[in-house]
Ligand binder design. Structure first.
Ligand code: ADP
Ligand code: ZN
Ligand code: MG
Length: 503
């Protein structure tokens, strides 16, 4: 994944007009499934895709008397994620019961954290899509707290017209981290980038697979607008369960437009929860403030306060790899890359590693970067392959770049060589030798061809010598043709000029 963002903006003119009048204010609440093998309070598997209710036990089925036992790995992952987004870890946090009724919540409450979450006061940097230099913006993170997921209701209609609902509790008790942002986001594009950066960081630290289709990453968006210049925030609307980046951006665009229309016509925005209707491309009211839940949170009596000691924190911190922001800066200074290139190449840990391994063998890191971002990603994309399945290893791409750099092959030939490496899995050296694609750099060999060409074109030679120097290009063309494009162009130029000037 590249972290670079693109926006599927629908109607720029309408949005521009709104943004001249109103400023949107956006805060995101992101649920991320932690990548533990077992659930947060029991030993059941978290593996996705099992038959319904295969991964359940008395604890995650909510049987009376069953007691939760906190999963240590889930805590470590939550702390890791918190540190990676610059949060302060609370050495003591409290689990709380969030009470509500729903068929997929057998206990009648969800174990979450409330007023004492595991981490607070972090931030994430936005880089404006990475396309412009030095314009980072800090988005505050209010908190990260741990909680268990609920089960899943599956609604199904049948030919007999009865609507049935099934409950699958495999997901019940899966560990989640909920990450709440400050209302610091100002545009749908920024919201898109915030989620992109957050996902990138979570993938780097390896605490979640962030698979949106499987629900490992879910997002609720809070959005309000205020007249430009007004200090107080407007009334916010919460759009729930956005399960793709595109839906996040589109629903925000829709909401901003809808709220602007309400205010423009003298109305008031109602505080409510809305849902994104994917087939109608609009948000729809789900419940109003009056119907809002009162969860009656209270401390979970079956779990002790969670203590994360300084020592444990230090251990966890030691396991955090170099993060995208630091890597991007290092790529710029170590390899002389532009911010844009550094941003693309640090998009994922595996792409960054690939580039560094390729650059190691290559004398020219920028050239290596161009080859990774251009030919390699292009070829993988058209072949529908992941980087990990690349037929050309980083080391071998580095060797190819070396051959270009030392003039063994031209950049143009290298494209053919790369294509053969990609389709056959052979090394650059092998491909070059087998197909005789080697660039001719030997002066004597080039001079032989030049002499032959000159001897074979007495007319053009006469014209050239009587002042029609534009014919130089003609001679170059003939030499390249004779050598099947393999002669080093710079050498051809020098040697040919000297030869033609001889009288
Ligand atoms: P609630 O109590 O309704 O859950 P919170 O204060 O906990 O509200 O905020 C939830 C999310 O809404 C946070 O991400 C926060 O940044 C965002 N938010 C709060 N106020 C506004 C507002 N006026 N406009 C847009 N987003 C807001
Ligand atoms: Zn269980
Ligand atoms: Mg809240």
């Amino acid at each position: 994944m590249s972290a670079t963002t693109t926006s599927p903006n629908t109607d720029n003119a309408t949005m521009d007009a709104i943004l001249r009048k109103y400023e949107p204010v956006i805060g995101l609440e992101v649920h991320c499934q932690l990548l533990t093998g077992s659930k947060i309070f029991c030993g059941c598997s978290t593996k996705f895709g099992a038959p319904p209710n295969a991964h359940t036990c008395p604890v995650c089925l909510g049987m009376p008397g069953a007691l939760p036992v906190l999963n240590r790995t889930a805590v470590e992952m939550a702390v890791k994620a918190s540190m990676a987004i610059n949060c302060t870890i609370n050495s003591k946090s409290i689990f709380a019961r969030k009470n509500y009724f729903y068929p997929d919540l057998p206990k009648g409450y969800q174990i979450s954290q409330f007023d004492q979450p595991i981490a607070e006061h972090g931030w994430i940097l936005l880089h404006g899509g990475g396309a412009e230099e030095g314009n980072a913006k800090k988005i505050g993170i209010t908190r990260l707290h741990m909680e268990e997921d609920a089960g899943k209701s599956i609604h199904d209609g049948f030919a007999d017209s009865y609507q049935r609902t099934y409950v699958d509790l495999n997901r019940s008790g899966t560990p989640l981290a909920e990450i709440v942002s400050e209302p610091d986001i100002r545009t749908p594009e920024e919201a898109y980038e915030y989620l992109t950066r957050l996902k990138q960081i979570l993938l780097y630290v390896g605490v979640s697979d962030c698979n949106m289709e499987e629900g490992s990453l879910r997002c609720d968006a809070n959005v309000s607008i205020r007249p430009i210049g007004q200090k107080e925030f407007g009334t916010k609307v919460e759009v729930k369960n956005l399960n793709s980046f595109r839906f996040l951006q589109k629903s925000l665009e829709y909401e901003i437009e809808r709220q602007a229309q309400v205010l423009d016509s003298g109305g008031k925005v109602a505080q409510e929860t809305r849902l994104w209707n994917t087939s109608q491309n609009r948000t729809e009211s789900m419940r109003s403030k009056e119907q809002a839940h009162d969860y009656r949170y209270f401390p979970e009596p079956d779990l002790l306060p969670l203590i994360v000691s300084e020592k444990w924190q230090a251990e966890i911190r030691g396991g955090i790899p170099e993060l995208p922001d630091a890597k991007r800066v290092r790529f710029m200074s170590d390899y002389g890359l532009s911010e844009y290139d550094a941003d693309v190449l640090t998009g994922t840990q595996s792409l960054a590693d690939y580039f560094e391994r390729a650059a190691k063998g290559a004398p020219d890191a920028k050239l290596a970067a161009n080859w990774v971002m251009g030919e390699l990603l292009g070829a993988l994309n058209s072949a529908g392959l992941e980087l990990t399945a690349s037929p050309v290893s980083a080391e071998r791409l580095g060797e190819l770049v070396k051959l270009i750099h030392d003039g063994t092959i031209s950049g143009k030939m290298a494209k053919d060589v790369f294509a053969k490496m990609f389709s056959t899995g052979k090394t650059a050296q092998n491909v070059v030798e087998e197909s005789g694609l080697k660039q001719i750099t030997d002066d004597g060999a080039i001079l032989d061809v030049i002499k032959r060409v000159i001897a074979g074109n007495p007319n053009q030679l006469g014209q050239y010598r009587s002042g029609k120097t534009a014919l130089f290009g003609y001679f170059v063309g003939q030499v390249m043709k004779e050598t099947k494009g393999q002669a080093n162009p710079a050498k051809v130029n020098d040697l040919l000029k000297a030869e033609l000037e001889k009288s």
